[in-house]
Design a protein around this ligand. Structure first.
Ligand SMILES: [Zn+2]
Length: 132
């Protein structure tokens, strides 16, 4: 299993089959080239039922560290509204493990919640143009 990923159990909404899939939790862009490429190629946290082939998206956030930029992005495809994004930002600022990440890179970090995958891909592309 790759760093920044975890194995999660998913229940298929169509046929009820329970299966395991790999979820991306955290990406450090300065290190995780493979995860970066996977995101540029496709979707994030997409799971497909091995029995009936139903595709589902995991209800999870992905934290992306844009170091050496002072920028942390939380990608959450469910955060379509400004208030939903605000809520996620609030949650993350209260999570201990996330605060450790913040401490590592300092408190001057900019924090952004993104629900639009295209926007995220563009940010990541711009990043690799400079730091890739
Ligand atoms: Zn299924």
């Amino acid at each position: 299993m790759m760093a920044g990923t975890s194995t999660v159990e998913v229940k298929c909404v169509k046929c009820g089959r329970i299966y395991e899939t790999e979820a991306i939790d955290h990406i450090d862009l300065s290190q995780d080239r493979d995860l970066y490429r996977r995101i540029q190629r496709g979707k994030i946290n997409r799971a497909q039922c091995p029995k009936c082939r139903k595709v589902m998206y995991l209800d999870r956030s992905v934290v992306i560290n844009f170091e050496p930029l002072d920028l942390i992005v939380v990608y959450d495809q469910t955060a379509k509204s400004a208030s939903a994004r605000k809520e996620i930002e609030h949650q993350f600022r209260n999570v201990t493990s996330f605060n450790e990440v913040l401490e590592e890179i300092g408190n001057e970090v900019e924090f952004e919640v993104i629900s639009d995958l295209k926007k995220l891909k563009k940010l990541m592309k711009d990043y690799t143009k400079t730091y890739g």
